[in-house]
Design a protein around this ligand. Structure first.
Ligand code: NAD
Length: 259
């Protein structure tokens, strides 16, 4: 994987950051993306670049806008070279009953969790198949495989991205390009920490009880999956050992969907 050029969307925090670190550690040049404090992001970028001795760039493209998704791919190719690996990881959540679910949140989740992966994949696919190598990895969710109440947009987008994954995989199956989804179970990252805090407020339970009773209830290993475990699956799919794997939805979910 040394010298491969990778884009990891939503990589300023959580799972995306772990994936970016892991790909850089394998020798990849990486384009980071996502929101956050500019100085903290620059410190992270510089640290990953120094540790891995690869090129690590950053662009703050807002992936809810298709033009910015395309600009991210263009900037990554300009800074790193032809794109070999695209990890569509950026994701947002909103939890509310259907009748109260804000229309603008539905539109936002569709744009970030699903449409951004379409636009980014569309922008890289011709180059990848033309060069005879490419890896597209979409970070879905266990909720791409099973449903959950009060998360209509999230569940719809995560099921949708698994469909997109299969369609792309089949279209380019003979070209050396693979496209797979990884389906994390509960990983303790800011997206979850916010929900834990909300639930703790609503239920009056201490945060650690909320995690145990609500978030780990359906996760048989009874601990969060780690971001590094998700990153390990992505590295496998991008490595030569993953060449024969395409169109799959790989659950890294502590047994969540086995029940
Ligand atoms: P996180 O909130 O820590 O990170 C999300 C990243 O996406 C951040 O870098 C954020 O800045 C970026 N982002 C958000 N909106 C964006 C936008 N409009 N444009 C560009 N970047 C944007 O969340 P995480 O838990 O690391 O989630 C990463 C992915 O994993 C998401 O797709 C999420 O749905 C999925 N996932 C997470 C869990 C979990 O338990 N944490 C479980 C299953 C799936």
């Amino acid at each position: 994987m040394k010298g491969r050029n990778a884009i990891v969307t939503g990589s300023t925090s959580g799972i995306g950051l772990a994936i970016a670190r892991a790909l850089a550690a394998e020798g990849c040049n990486v384009m980071l993306n996502g929101f956050g404090d500019a100085a903290a992001i620059e410190a992270t970028r510089a640290q990953i670049a120094a540790e891995a001795a690869t090129t690590v760039a950053y662009m703050d493209a807002d992936l809810s806008h298709p033009a910015q998704v395309r600009a991210l791919v263009e900037e990554a190719a300009r800074r790193l070279g032809p794109i070999d690996i695209l990890v569509n990881n950026a994701g947002v959540q909103h939890v509310a009953p259907l009748a109260e679910f804000p229309d603008e949140k539905w539109d936002l989740l569709l744009a970030v969790n699903l449409s951004a992966a379409f636009h980014a994949s569309k922008a890289v696919i011709a180059g990848m198949s033309g060069r005879g190598f490419g890896r597209i990895v979409n970070i879905a969710s266990a909720l791409g495989l099973v449903g959950a109440p009060h998360k209509p947009a999230y569940v719809a987008t995560k099921h949708g991205i698994i469909g997109l994954t299969k369609s792309i995989a089949l279209e380019v199956a003979e070209t050396g390009v693979t496209c797979n989804a990884v389906c994390p179970g509960m990983v303790m990252t800011p997206i979850i920490e916010m929900q834990v805090a909300d639930q703790a407020r609503v239920t009056g339970l201490p945060p650690e009880e909320v995690v145990r009773q609500v978030f780990l209830e359906n996760q048989p290993i009874r601990r969060p999956v780690t971001a590094q475990e998700i990153a390990g699956a992505v590295v496998f799919l991008c490595s030569p050992a993953g060449s024969g794997v395409t169109g799959t939805a790989l659950a890294v979910d502590g047994g969540y969907v086995a029940r």
